[in-house]
Design a binder for this molecule. Structure first.
Ligand SMILES: Cc1ncc(COP(=O)(O)O)c(C=O)c1O
Length: 382
């Protein structure tokens, strides 16, 4: 057996023993298995199935074809990209926007374009892998701040030796579902002359009438705040964006490697996301329905309702979490099963996501069952 094959086999066996195997299983897709209750996807407003998004995407395919064919800085920019960037700035109130092919590439592109040895990146301990990777690739010194600890953040900024500093947080954290205290963090960054990067992957379409937590905190026009977003969760499409000043946009167009050296976002995805932005602004009742679903799920599961769509039920051991998720699947419910390395505190959990269009009665029964399985995973009487 070749050395690499041996190594792969032994790593697979280790994962199996630790309950950390992940699968790409199309049988878990609620879109093609309509009997399944979807409490796992990130389609928070139910827009991925909206006829208006589908029509926008179809029109874009008819007009531009199925792919963008080149990077945005070669021939890949279309009127659909211009329209998307305009729609995102209108929704969030931010001065300028640059669309990327995913939220992951937006985060990496931003941090690598802003980082250098004279810029300290202070990263909250719970941020997403894309922000961790961006910080690592940026050539900046990186300090990990204990989760949402403002005193520790202040100390790191106050005692830095680098001229510039960049603080990285999420508005709504993707695994635990808790929110950052943006007004206080932004004020602290302002007083310490640091740039605040807020990943609104779980905030846009969810917080502040759908305009995001930064807008809700009155920070939409703040010069020292930059927002990143994904188009693939509440906006029901695919892609990512950075929202900041026109000067930052111009800097990224030339220096963000994941923008310059990446094929442009597919025009169909751009058109669908632009349609979603307009729907979010026009239909705040969707956001209200999402929060009602979140409260229903949390209440039935017996956990405190989290500020976004993600409701988290801590379990502890990865194999117990996996067994609970498997039992739920057998009973027609798909939930997220988050285990190391996807859990920042090392505690495996079931992650139930609310959706504006979910059946509240079914969601409540499923959440109650999930909570019972978390307490007594073997032989639960459902
Ligand atoms: C907080 C956060 N940032 C970034 C991303 C990446 O976004 P995308 O899926 O568009 O690459 C995700 C999605 O998984 C996320 O949860």
């Amino acid at each position: 057996m070749a050395a690499v094959t041996q190594w792969l086999a032994s790593a697979a066996a280790d994962r199996d023993r630790a309950g950390l195997v992940r699968r790409t299983d199309s049988a878990r897709n609620p879109q093609t298995r309509p009997h399944l209750l979807d409490l796992a996807s990130n389609d928070y407003l139910g827009l991925a199935d909206d006829p208006r998004l589908k029509a926008a995407a179809t029109d874009a395919v008819a007009r531009y074809g199925t792919g963008a064919r080149a990077s945005r800085v070669v021939t890949g920019t279309t009127a659909a990209h211009d329209d998307l960037e305009h729609a995102l700035t209108t929704l969030t109130g931010r001065p300028a926007c640059l669309a990327f092919s995913s939220g992951y590439t937006a985060n990496i592109g931003l941090l690598t374009a802003l980082g250098d040895p004279d810029t300290l990146i202070v990263s909250d301990a719970h941020v997403h892998a894309s922000l961790i990777d961006g910080a690592r690739l940026s050539r900046s010194p990186v300090a990990i701040c204990p989760h949402s600890d403002l005193d520790a953040l202040d100390a790191l900024l106050r005692t830095r030796t680098q001229r510039r500093a960049l603080v990285v947080v999420e508005s709504v954290y993707s695994v635990l579902g808790d929110a950052a205290d943006l007004p206080r963090i932004a004020a602290l960054c302002d007083s310490r002359d640091a740039l605040l990067v807020v990943d609104e992957a779980h905030g846009v379409g969810v917080r502040g009438d759908g305009r995001g937590a930064v807008h809700a905190a009155g920070l939409a026009g703040a010069e020292h705040v930059v927002v990143t977003a994904t188009l693939s969760k509440a906006l029901g499409a695919q892609g990512g964006a950075v929202l900041g000043s026109p000067l930052l946009r111009e800097h990224l167009v030339t220096t963000a490697r994941t923008f310059v050296f990446d094929t442009a976002l597919a025009p169909a995805a751009a058109a669908a996301a632009a349609a979603a932005c307009r729907i979010v602004a026009a239909e705040p009742e969707r956001v209200a329905a999402l929060h009602e679903a979140a409260a229903t799920i949390a209440g039935a599961a017996g956990v405190d309702v989290a500020p976004g769509a993600v409701q988290s039920i801590p379990i502890g051991a990865p194999d117990v979490a996996l067994a609970a998720a498997t039992t739920l699947h057998e009973r027609g419910v798909v939930v997220g099963c988050f285990r190391p390395p996807s859990v920042p505190d090392g505690i495996s959990r079931l992650r139930l996501t609310a959706r504006a269009t979910v059946d509240l009665g079914r969601a409540a029964s499923a959440a109650a069952l999930a909570a019972r399985l978390a307490l007594a995973p073997v032989g639960v009487d459902a």
